[in-house]
Design a protein around this ligand. Structure first.
Ligand code: ZN
Length: 237
């Protein structure tokens, strides 16, 4: 019976299963997030290490800004992040991305892009923390592994589910978030920036600055940066 149901679901459309798999993340304990994130993190560290080490000044600056944001998180938000930390890696691509559990990777190309403007960097990091706290990476991986997630959920083993999701963890830097996820991460970022006493203007300005030079994670999907910047300004007033 169960098998017949699954086969019907499968042929009924992967889109439907993808939606179901994404919803299933709500039932996965948050302790799974850091475990899945760590699988991706190990891979990314190894991959970027070949390009060399960022400077101490780059690391210190990013850690300082990240630390300020981290201190403004509520206990509930902190509880979702099993492994909040920031890692700077050498790569010319202007990009940053968050792993489940709260590790954020910042590429030195992003630092080149923001120059000495800490508000822009702060805005990007706040946006990335939003993805981790709203568990967007977990949802994206669940959607990607669709059928496997549905089966694993039926078996009911969290450890199995971690293995299923972690299989895609090395693609977390290329995972395209949906339009609604980007908006949700922007809204979270605005709220967090306000809590630190900083103007969310930095995130809006950063999005506007992208123009014809998109940032892979931050512009992976439809919302127009100018539209998003306007929404950020509207939400911060
Ligand atoms: Zn994003």
């Amino acid at each position: 019976m169960v098998l017949a149901f699954l086969v019907a679901l499968f042929f009924g459309g992967r889109g439907c299963i993808g939606w179901g798999a994404e919803k299933a993340v709500d039932f996965v304990p948050v302790t799974a997030d850091a475990k899945v994130g760590e699988v991706g993190a190990e891979q990314f560290r190894a991959q970027y290490a070949a390009a060399g080490e960022p400077t101490e000044a780059q690391k210190k600056r990013v850690e300082r800004v990240f630390g300020e944001l981290q201190q403004a998180l509520t206990p509930e938000e902190t509880a979702i992040l099993g492994n909040p930390r920031v890692t700077v890696v050498v790569d010319d691509t202007p990009n940053a991305f968050a792993l489940p559990g709260g590790e954020v990777f910042v590429l030195t190309g992003l630092l080149d892009r923001v120059g000495d403007d800490d508000d822009m960097l702060r805005g990007v990091l706040a946006h990335e923390l939003g993805h981790a706290i709203k568990r967007h990476g977990m949802k994206g991986l669940a959607r990607r592994a669709a059928f496997g997630v549905v089966i694993t959920m039926l078996i009911g083993e969290v450890d199995e589910l971690v293995v299923t999701l972690a299989a895609g963890a090395t693609e977390l830097d290329r995972l395209a978030h949906s339009r609604s996820m980007e908006s949700e991460a922007d809204a979270f970022g605005v709220d967090l920036l306000k809590r630190t006493g900083h103007d969310p203007e930095g995130l809006a300005r950063f999005l506007e600055s992208l123009g014809s030079q998109p940032v892979p994670e931050l512009l992976s999907t439809h919302p127009e940066p100018v539209e998003r910047a306007a929404a950020i300004r509207a939400g911060s007033s």
